[in-house]
Write a protein that binds this ligand. Structure first.
Ligand SMILES: [Cu+2]
Length: 94
């Protein structure tokens, strides 16, 4: 176990968000800076993962494909799918 200045070092984690049935699941996610988030498109048509403030944008994710992003600046990032305006999610970075 790595210890730095008396604080336990917490290794970056990977979180998976399924994109399925026109939904992001889980729709809300809390992560730490440096954590990786992987969106996996389980639908039969493309989706995007596009932050409202343009902090990240996957572009088109084909069926059965995935896209990942490493969380940067702290904050809350609502996002959606540019192809389907009813799809919404949110990532909070601590
Ligand atoms: Cu979509």
């Amino acid at each position: 176990m790595l210890v730095s200045a008396g604080h336990a070092f917490v290794a970056p984690q990977t979180y998976v968000v399924a994109v399925e049935d026109m939904r992001f699941s889980p729709a809300t996610l809390k992560v730490k800076r440096g954590d990786r988030i992987v969106w996996i498109n389980k639908d039969l048509f493309p989706h995007t993962v596009s932050a409202d403030n343009h902090a990240f944008d996957s572009g088109s994710i084909a069926a059965d494909a995935s896209w990942s992003y490493v969380a940067g600046k702290a904050g809350t990032y609502p996002y959606g799918c540019r192809f389907h305006p009813t799809m919404h999610g949110s990532v909070t970075v601590r």
